[in-house]
Every structure is written in C-alpha cells, then in structure tokens.
Design a protein around this ligand. Structure first.
Ligand SMILES: [Zn+2]
Length: 419
C-alpha cells in the first residue's frame, strides 16, 4: 500500500513540476462580462503557489500584509480542523486576493493531498474547513500482450502501473509476476479512480483473464452477504492451500522451535523448520504449486530443493538422498509432485526431510500460520455466482487482444464522494 502511495506521490510530483513550468501563474478571474446580473460575483486575483523551504504559515500570510494578530486568530480558528504548523514544503496552495486597493486576502486553499484541501476563508469572519474532492470512478476494459515486463507494457500504453500491483494481488497463486514473459496476454475489467482527471488509484478489479506460460487463468470478483472474494470460472477460490506434510506417509519428528538441542551439534540452536521422518527413498512432495528456484547441496542441508510458490511463500526441502526428475532450476512443479527422495545427506542423524517454510522471506512455522480461506463458492451461492461469472466471462471474451498493444475502453462513469 505504501508503495502505491509513493507511486501516486511521484506522479503528482512530476505533474506538479510540469505545471510549475507554465510561465504564467497568475490568472485573472473576471465575471463582469456578464451584463445585467443583479449580483455581481466577486472578482479575485488568483495566485497558485507552493510552500517554500522552511516557510511557515505565518511567513506566507506576512507576505500578503496580514497582521500578526490576525494570523494568530486564523491559527486558533483552524486548530480543530488543521494544525497550521503542519504545512509542508512543496505543497500547493492557492491565494485569492480581493480586487480592492489593499489587495487583501479573501481565501487560501491549501492542498493536503489530491483528494483534500483546507480552505481558509478570511472574507468576513474567519472560517476554516476541509474540502474533499469527488472521486470519479470509471470502469475500464484493458487488454494487452506483454512485451518486456507487465510494468513496461502498461507504462508504454499510459495505463496506471498500480493495475499491475492489484493484478499481482488477485492472481498471486496463478501468475508469477516476476516471470511474466513475452507473449503472455491479459484482459481486465476494473475501476479507475481519478480526481481532477488525475488517476489516483485503481479501484476494484472485477474480472481478469491472464494467459501465463500458455495456461489460461480467470478471476472474478464476487460479493454476496458475508462472501467477498475472487473465484475462478468453476467457482474455486483463487487461493491455494498447502499440503500439511511433504510426505504421504511419514512421521512428524521435530517441530519448528526457536531453541532446540541440535541432535548432532549438541548445542541449543533454533530449528526453523519441521522434520518429517520416513525411510530413505520415500518420495518427497512439493506442498504447493510453484517454481524451483534452487537445487543444490550444502554441508548442512545436504541435497535440497527450494520452491517459490508465489510472491509471499517459499519452501525448501533438505537432506534428500536424490532429486526427482524435472526439478532443475526454473522447473514448474505442481502440488503433490515428487521433487526428491528422503535421505540423510548433510547434517542429519537419520533419514528425514526438513521442511523450511518462508513467508515474505522469514522462516515461519507453517503448521501455525493462519491462511485465508481457500474454500470454493458455497453451494447455495453457486447459481448466483455462475450467472454473475458468465456475464463477465462474455464481456472478457469480446475484449480484443491486439499484438503488442494495449486496448482500453471507458465503459461507464460514476461519481463517488470521498468518504
Ligand atoms: Zn530439521
């Protein structure tokens, strides 16, 4: 999430710099051209500014001859809405000057973020309030054939790269976004959120098709009652469960522990994995779909295989007597596929497999990790889901797929207010 915001921040910053290059910052708003109106709208000089280095709220107002006493009053009135000491360098603000001889300040609009600004109305009595901009939600259909990386393909075609981040969350189990390759294809129906025609985020991904390494994957968002999740074309959860054990038959010999007396080294050291004992030669199974990222030998691990399952989970299997076929580095493996055979290579007192389970790079006890639900759609919701899914499936089907290009179409526009 932090990443997304920094991306937004960067794009805003770039846009901000560009607008700053405009030679004229001063716009004259004149409504006197409307003749015969009883009420004449006030006329202002509008100044678009940015907070300078070490500049304070008081520095800014002093520049426009606001007396210190009034500055203190404004700060006091603002207190519950906005702490004026918190204004930040490079943030934009707009000054509205009265068209009178004094050129006194009528209003200041300080931009907190693209969604929100603080209005200091100094016209009569001082009034300070937050103003939130409406978020425009546009449903888009986008498709593409990958050339280079997904990021590059999206960027080249002016599609927010936040879409790639969101897709990688929805399809975490299906697509290895580090291994997206030339010729992979995607179609996606999603909401794009913008403020003042500036894209601020990707809303919900409603439906996605991804062809990855010649396999077709689908994901559909579905919500009914308490159920809110992504399912595939058959109603299965897009998430996969791991097998509890890498052995079909075997005995749990030693659990994950932060401190254990090592059977060979004879001193206490953490045992950051789980041991399953079985006779030499017993097949070792991958506990989930994934890709072999390492296969090798070390003095302590013996023969081992490491498998990356998705962006978050990796497992490794140690002390093998030998490797199974089709487990060389880069091979794709299925859940339950034999990847090697139990042995006692490396530091092992007897034949067993030591399983390491890494979550975001950190060794964890997989028998204690609470994984999100992997249940398929409930049988009483199945009909409702299938008709919902079929509509989206048909919509995906008609989205064209050009070679080396991204197709994008605006479906519907909906205005929502920033909560
Ligand atoms: Zn072990």
């Amino acid at each position: 999430m932090k990443k997304i915001f920094s991306l937004i921040y960067i794009s805003i910053f770039i846009i901000g710099c560009q607008s700053n290059e405009l030679p004229e910052n001063q716009i004259e708003v004149d409504s006197l051209s409307i003749v015969d109106t009883i009420e004449i709208a006030p006329s202002y000089t509008v100044l678009n500014q940015k907070v300078g280095r070490n500049e304070t709220f008081s520095d800014i107002l002093t520049k426009y001859n606001v007396p210190v006493k009034k500055i203190l009053q404004i700060a006091e009135v603002a207190k519950d809405t906005f702490d004026v000491r918190k204004i930040q360098q490079n943030k934009e603000y707009v000054i509205y000057l009265n068209e009178d001889s004094l050129k006194s300040i009528s209003k200041i609009e300080y931009t907190v973020n693209p969604l929100e600004s603080i209005i200091f109305d100094l016209q009569d009595t001082i009034n300070v309030y937050r103003s939130r901009k409406p978020i425009k939600s546009v449903e888009r259909q986008t498709s593409g054939v990958i050339s280079g990386s997904l990021y590059e393909t999206l960027q080249k075609n002016n599609i927010s790269i936040i879409l790639a981040l969101k897709l990688s969350q929805v399809l975490a189990w299906q697509v290895d976004f580090y291994k997206v390759r030339q010729g992979d294809k995607f179609k996606v129906i999603y909401d794009e959120l913008s403020v003042d025609d500036q894209i601020i985020d990707i809303g919900r991904i409603k439906a996605v098709y991804f062809k990855h390494w010649n396999q077709d994957y689908y994901g559909f968002y579905f919500q009914s009652g308490d159920v809110e999740d992504y399912f595939d074309e058959k109603g299965n959860s897009l998430r996969k469960a791991f097998l509890k054990s890498p052995l079909k038959f075997g005995r749990l010999a030693s659990r994950f522990s932060k401190s254990r007396l090592h059977p060979i080294l004879k001193y206490y050291r953490p045992h950051l994995g789980t041991d399953y004992a079985a006779p030499t030669g017993t097949p070792i199974l991958s506990i989930g779909d994934g890709m072999v990222t390492e296969r090798g030998y070390t003095k302590s691990a013996g023969n081992y295989v490491k498998i990356k399952h998705n962006g978050a989970y990796t497992t490794s299997y140690l002390h093998m007597s030998k490797f199974a076929k089709a487990t060389s580095k880069g091979s794709r493996v299925k859940q339950g596929q034999v990847i090697g055979y139990v042995g006692s290579t490396g530091l092992a007192t007897g034949p067993h497999v030591h399983l390491n389970f890494y979550q975001n790079g950190k060794a964890v006890d997989h028998l204690r990790v609470k994984f999100p639900s992997v249940k398929p759609i409930d049988s009483n919701l199945k009909d409702q889901y299938m008709s919902h899914m079929n509509i989206l499936m048909n919509r995906l089907a008609v989205i064209p797929l050009g070679e080396d290009s991204v197709y994008s179409k605006t479906e519907s526009v909906e205005l929502t207010t920033n909560p």
